[in-house]
Design a protein around this ligand. Structure first.
Ligand code: SF4
Length: 220
C-alpha cells in the first residue's frame, strides 16, 4: 500500500539547527496540547499526500538541501515512520526527528538503526502540569530524555513551547528536575490566546541559562 503523509514544506531555515531543510509532516498524535497549531493533522485521515511523489521532489532538491526534518503530529505513532526514514536515508541528507517523547522505544530504535542524525524532544511542562498542558503524563517523555542523554551517537535538544499556563516557577522547576545539564534547551514562543509577550519570553530564557549549555529562543 502506498505510504501517505500529511504534507511537506520545501524549505525551512529554522527547523534543523544551522541547516537548510525540508520538513515532512506525518498525521496522527497521541497528545492534545491546548496550543497545538497542527490540530488539523492530529487525525491520521489527514495522511493523504503520496510520499513517493514527495520523495521524488526531494530527490530533485538534494543539491540545495542539507537535511530533512520528520515532524508531525507525532511521527513515532505512525506505522510508516521506519519505511519513510529508510527511504529518506537513500537521499543522503541529514535527518532530524521531532518528537513528543511518548514512544521511547521507537526513538531508541531509529537512533540505533542509524536512521536519524538529530532529535528534538518536546518537554512540555513540569510533571505536575503535563496532563493539563498535553493530555498525557510525563513518564514516557522522561524515559526518552534519559535515553537521549545516555547515548553518544547523535546530538539532541530539548524544546519547550511556553504555554501561558506555565509560570516562571514551572520553567525553573523543569530546568532543575528535567533539563539540568542538557546541551541545548530551545525556548519557543507560543502563539495562543494569553501568550507571554516576546520580551517576557526573552527575560524568562535569560533566567534559565544555568540549566543548559545553550539556551535558544525561537518564535519571538
Ligand atoms: S504533541 Fe505536537 S502535534 Fe501533538 S498535540 Fe501537542 S503540539 Fe500538537
Amino acid at each position: 500500500m502506498a505510504i501517505r503523509i500529511a504534507g511537506w514544506q520545501k524549505l525551512s531555515l529554522i527547523d534543523y539547527p544551522g541547516k537548510m531543510a525540508a520538513v515532512i509532516f506525518l498525521a496522527g498524535c497521541n497528545m492534545r496540547c491546548h496550543y497545538c497549531h497542527n490540530y488539523h493533522i492530529l487525525d491520521t485521515r489527514a495522511n493523504c499526500l503520496d510520499f513517493a511523489m514527495v520523495l521524488a521532489e526531494l530527490k530533485k532538491r538534494t543539491a540545495w538541501l542539507d537535511a530533512v526534518v520528520v515532524s508531525g503530529g507525532e511521527p513515532t505513532v505512525s506505522p510508516t515512520l521506519l519505511p519513510i526514514l529508510r527511504q529518506l536515508r537513500s537521499l543522503g541528507l541529514l535527518i532530524k526527528l521531532d518528537t513528543n517523547g511518548t514512544r521511547p522505544e521507537i526513538v531508541r530504535t531509529v537512533v540505533e538503526a542509524g536512521l536519524v542524525d538529530y532529535v528534538a524532544l518536546d518537554i512540555k511542562a513540569p510533571a505536575s502540569k503535563y496532563r493539563d498542558i498535553a493530555g498525557l503524563p510525563i513518564d514516557k517523555v522522561l524515559m526518552t530524555a534519559a535515553y537521549l542523554r545516555s547515548q553518544k551517537r547523535i546530538p539532541y535538544l530539548f524544546r519547550t513551547t511556553v504555554s501561558p499556563r506555565l509560570t516562571v516557577g514551572d520553567l525553573q522547576n523543569m530546568g532543575q528536575t528535567i533539563i539540568a545539564g542538557a546541551p541545548c534547551w530551545q525556548i519557543q514562543q507560543c502563539r495562543t490566546v494569553g501568550a507571554y509577550s516576546d520580551a517576557e519570553i526573552r527575560q524568562m530564557a535569560e533566567s534559565l541559562k544555568k540549566y543548559a549549555l545553550y539556551i535558544v529562543v525561537t518564535g519571538v
